[in-house]
Design a protein around this ligand. Structure first.
Ligand SMILES: Cc1ncc(COP(=O)(O)O)c(C=O)c1O
Ligand SMILES: N[C@@H](CCCC[NH3+])C(=O)O
Length: 463
């Protein structure tokens, strides 16, 4: 079982029995290259990313601060592109992991397509000048307005997720005299090895049409019968933060088998098969993510084999990595505010952010790596818990970690691998304004999303 896997339900400090804390690492200052962005290094003891020391980032932009290593993000995007290039597969970056206008432009420049799942994500992509025909749009409850906007903009692929949506999209397309390209999202019944909240291919959940109940077959028939929808393929996504190929392989085999049934029973050979995202990343040393070319080879082999066995043309494959591109490229920088020793138990280190900028620990029991970033220290390790400033005892960023025993208010700490699903899942809980997001590269930082202010929050409060 992966480190990410956790017993069902959210993890809450108050109700969990105390687990055994891990043993301290050999070197508290070490930056494990599997966990930290490619350009992370220590200069005179201080952490620098993209050639910019954290003290300068904090001085120029304040804390808490999301910092994105642009080179790291781009090189991971390129690795995916390259891994799937032999089959001319499409690689869609999943914008739900992290999306800003600049990020959308990087994705475009690196030759990827873009997956959006709401009108908001579509709006960011279009505002960035991302070509609509390179966008795929998901969502289990796309509104009339979202669908109309997608059809009007000429979004390249609409991934339909319910019978209601098929009817709605057919009507909207007919009204406009358009015929959008559509994929049917199928659920394959695969139990992905990940946290239950982020597994999406078992039958008992809200996404897609189940293969096992016949709903997927019915959806294909209905889209084929619709006069203003063009069925180009199938879609399957099994879940997120997955470390082994087994789940992907079973899912690929099942959708490929379904493709052959569609061919034999309905006389249609669908030209595309999108296998979704879900590749895990290293959050803590010891996590062992799959390399893009390993997963590419295994998926492409299975689909080819299945299709050849049944005499079907091999469809064009697509994948949708989000976390694996954005996650390792980002860190969050915090300033320590209080250091409270709870005698005989542990030390609580409170920082100027928390569950509003990283909900993943509270939501999924996620693990993270954190280091003292503004200086090096040879003080002994101190068993700590990194917590935020919210009015909630479950406001935990890192459950168990070791920090140097001389840690004091004013120090900067950095949490690794926060590039995905932290900024994009941020909230204003307790009216805490959201941190800025900055990109670093070649010794320079630039703001991608500015820090929210209390005025921003008050502007929406019009009562
Ligand atoms: C349909 C779909 N595609 C792609 C992704 C991206 O997943 P990940 O960030 O795990 O690669 C998700 C999220 O799980 C998804 O729901
Ligand atoms: N938001 C989740 C994953 C869900 C991905 C979207 N389907 C996470 O942080 O891990």
């Amino acid at each position: 079982m992966s480190r990410y896997a956790h017993p069902a339900g959210p993890r809450h400090a108050d109700v969990l029995p105390e687990d055994n804390p891990p043993s301290p690492p050999q070197d508290l200052a070490e930056l494990d290259p599997r966990v930290w962005p490619a350009t992370a290094t220590r200069v005179g003891g201080e952490l620098a990313i993209g050639g910019v020391p954290v003290s300068r980032l904090a001085a120029d932009h304040g804390t808490a601060l999301y910092v994105l290593d642009e080179d790291d993000f781009r090189s991971r995007a390129r690795d995916y592109r390259a891994a799937f290039s032999e089959a001319e597969a499409d690689v869609y970056y999943a914008g739900k992991a992290l999306l800003t206008k600049a990020v959308a432009r990087w994705v475009l420049e690196e030759g990827l397509k873009l997956d959006v799942c709401t009108g908001g994500e579509l709006a960011v992509a279009l505002a960035a000048g991302f070509p609509a025909d390179r966008i795929g749009m998901h969502g289990n409850n796309k509104s009339e307005a979202e669908l109309a906007r997608a059809v009007d903009a000429g979004v390249g692929r609409l991934i339909v997720d319910s019978f209601d949506e098929i009817d709605r999209l057919e009507r909207l397309s007919a009204e406009r005299g358009r015929v959008p390209d559509v994929l049917v999202r199928v659920t394959t019944g695969v139990e992905a090895h990940t946290h239950e909240f982020v597994a999406t291919a078992h039958d008992d959940q809200k996404f897609g049409f189940a293969l096992s109940t016949g709903a997927a077959e019915e959806a294909v028939r209905r889209v084929l019968a619709a006069g203003h929808l063009s069925l180009v393929g199938l879609h399957s996504h099994i879940g997120s933060q997955i470390f082994d190929t087994a789940g992907f392989e079973v899912a690929a085999r099942r959708v490929a088998a379904f493709l052959t049934r569609v061919h034999s029973e309905m006389g249609v050979s669908l030209p595309e098969l999108d296998l979704g995202g879900g590749l895990g990343i290293a959050y803590v040393p010891g996590d062992a993510p799959l390399a893009p070319d390993t997963i590419a080879k295994s998926l492409l082999d299975i689909v080819r084999r299945e299709c050849e066995t049944h005499g079907l043309p091999v469809p064009r494959i697509a994948v949708e990595p989000g976390r694996a591109v954005a996650g390792p490229a980002g860190i969050t920088l915090y300033r320590v505010g209080t250091v409270k020793d709870v005698e005989g138990i542990r030390t609580y280190v409170s920082v100027d952010g928390g569950m509003s900028d990283n909900i993943r620990t509270a939501l999924y029991g996620s693990e993270y790596t954190c280091v003292l970033a503004s200086r090096e220290s040879d003080a002994p390790p101190m068993l700590s818990r990194l917590v935020g400033k919210h009015c909630e005892s479950g406001d935990i960023i890192v459950h168990d970690l070791y920090l140097p025993a001389d840690l004091r208010p004013g120090d900067l700490v950095a949490v690794a691998a926060t590039g995905a699903y932290c900024h994009s899942m941020a909230s204003n809980y307790n009216h805490v304004p959201r941190p800025a997001l900055v990109a670093v590269r070649d010794g320079r930082s630039r703001t991608l999303v500015r820090r929210e202010t209390e005025e921003d929050l008050l502007r929406l409060d019009v009562g």
